[in-house]
Design a protein around this ligand. Structure first.
Ligand code: 6GU
Length: 273
């Protein structure tokens, strides 16, 4: 996969040289390049922002440096640096615009984006990028404004660190043992079960006995029920989406104990619970 990140703070993306993602780049699994938006300005002051039409606080990112930068990275990614044109069968790169006004980025989004050939991240600062850039870009990219959650960051860079890590670890060969991707939070729409390691007794706290029993059926069931308990307690919103249609009897009982009944294949919180 090829990833391009455009930012006025390229140094902010330095952590992408570390750990799993850094290793993936070294191993040639991920071709990730960071670009300085100011390299695509033409004035002496390398200006990237200006005052907003209509008034109001803050500054807005000017359109032309963005158009220059995005045109250049799209051409590089398609192996069309000379501008020879579209060969016909190449897919449009996906342009991800981090913004609290974007669509929610989830594990499902990460899986989708991990299938793409080229991702381009456009890091906005200030009050955002002139809206016409996103309209213009739709001719060359699949444009996806994306938000990590309902809070405000100063710019897209930190969000890009999170999204690139979430996507990059799904690429073939990046995570050493692919089984670690199967049983983790959100892989099945639930939060992960709690984990323990040695010693079996620590500061008067014992590891749940079932985990020492060697009974793998019992352990799997305990873990699943712990997922239900945790999700009900911390993220009840996730249970509304959960497919409860084919749950075994013991799992329905576990949910009943948590105050949930299965109605038409969906979990419904009992009003009296
Ligand atoms: Cl993706 N970007 C910015 N700037 N702020 C955010 C965000 C993204 N997600 C939540 N807040």
């Amino acid at each position: 996969m090829r990833i391009d990140v455009v930012s006025i703070f390229p140094e902010y993306l330095a952590p992408l040289e570390l750990s799993l993602i850094g290793k993936a780049r070294q191993d040639g699994l991920l071709d990730l390049r960071v670009h300085d938006l100011r390299d695509f300005t033409t004035d002496r002051h390398r200006t990237v922002d200006d005052t907003p039409y209509g008034g109001g606080a803050g500054m807005v990112m000017k359109p032309e440096p963005w158009a220059q930068a995005l045109t250049a990275v799209a051409a590089e990614g398609s192996g069309d640096a000379a501008g020879a044109g579209d060969s016909g069968d190449a897919r449009k790169p996906v342009l991800i615009v981090p913004s609290p006004a974007g669509e929610r980025f989830t594990q499902a989004t990460a899986h989708q984006l991990a299938e793409e050939e080229q991702l381009v991240f456009a890091c906005g600062r200030y009050e955002g990028i002139d809206e016409r850039v996103l309209e213009w870009a739709a001719d060359h990219f699949t444009v996806r404004p994306m938000s990590l959650g309902d809070y405000v960051l100063n710019g897209g860079e930190v969000a890009v660190l999170a999204m690139v890590e979430a996507i990059g670890r799904l690429l073939p060969g990046v995570v050493g043992n692919p089984e670690s991707l199967v049983e983790e939070s959100h892989s099945d729409g639930l939060l992960e079960y709690p984990v323990y390691t040695k010693p079996s007794s620590w500061r008067d706290r014992d590891v749940p006995a079932v985990l020492l029993s060697g009974n793998h059926g019992k352990i799997a069931q305990w873990r699943r029920h712990e997922q239900y308990r945790r999700t009900a307690e911390r993220r009840p919103d996730l249970l509304a989406e959960f497919d409860a249609g084919k749950l075994p009897r013991a799992d329905r009982t576990a949910f009943a104990d948590l105050g949930y009944d299965v109605v038409d294949g969906r979990l419904k919180r009992r009003p009296d619970a």
